[in-house]
Write a new protein. Structure first.
Length: 170
């Protein structure tokens, strides 16, 4: 478990299935994420979950829990490149009542520290939709720098949106 003050990160369990499915089916949580909003059944989610219980891959996902041990979201490192020592970061807080308490920020700091100190990652990259104000602000607060912008890249709720590319050296 990766422990912080407000939250801790732990590996995904099979028993996480129900809320992972609830979050996945929430348009407000998923619309700005890479895969977009795509409701799935609990059976489909179970198949996905089985494929996630893989320790050898280049993606490392964790459940974010608050101090009451309640799962509130998911965070992960994706596309880890062990030669270049780079990866991407992704996060969502699925429990909307938890927004704005500093949980997202702390979860990112915990994962960055883990990436640097245990995985020997030196740079983290990410994509954020320009209209995703909360996330764009959070990445800026965390010290990510904008290095590019893809124009009309993502189709979300009937409109194309620009995508900002950011990076941070750890
Ligand atoms: C982005 C997200 C993870 C932020 O989580 P959170 O726990 O609410 O964020 P925090 O409370 O840790 O806030 C961190 C920073 O984000 C910014 N922020 C958070 N909520 C904001 C809001 N509603 N409006 C503007 N900025 C906001 C602030 O800059 C804040 O820093 P500050 O408190 O020092 O000013 C959350 O909104 C979320 O899960 N969104 C849906 C999924 C998503 O968009 N993921 C990111 C994809 S790139």
């Amino acid at each position: 478990m990766i422990k912080g003050e407000k939250v801790y990160l732990r590996p995904i369990l099979k028993s996480d299935l129900e809320y992972l499915n609830k979050w996945k089916n929430d348009e407000g949580v998923y619309r700005f994420l890479g895969g977009g909003f795509m409701p799935i059944s609990i059976d489909q989610q179970e198949k996905w979950l089985d494929s996630m219980i893989d320790l050898t891959g280049n993606n490392k996902r964790f459940i974010i829990c608050d101090r009451q041990d309640s799962p509130i979201g998911m965070i992960g490192l994706y596309d880890i490149n062990w030669i270049h020592r780079t990866c991407e970061i992704g996060i969502y807080i699925g429990d909307k009542s938890s927004y704005g308490n500093g949980y997202g920020k702390e979860a990112c700091i915990l994962l960055e520290d883990f990436a640097r100190d245990y995985l020997n990652i030196r740079k983290i990259k990410l994509n954020v939709v320009i209209d995703n104000e909360a996330a764009y602000n959070m990445w800026n607060v965390l010290g990510y720098k904008k290095v590019g912008e893809l124009v009309r890249e993502r189709f979300i709720k009937g409109e194309y949106h620009n995508l900002i590319i950011m990076e941070k050296f750890l």
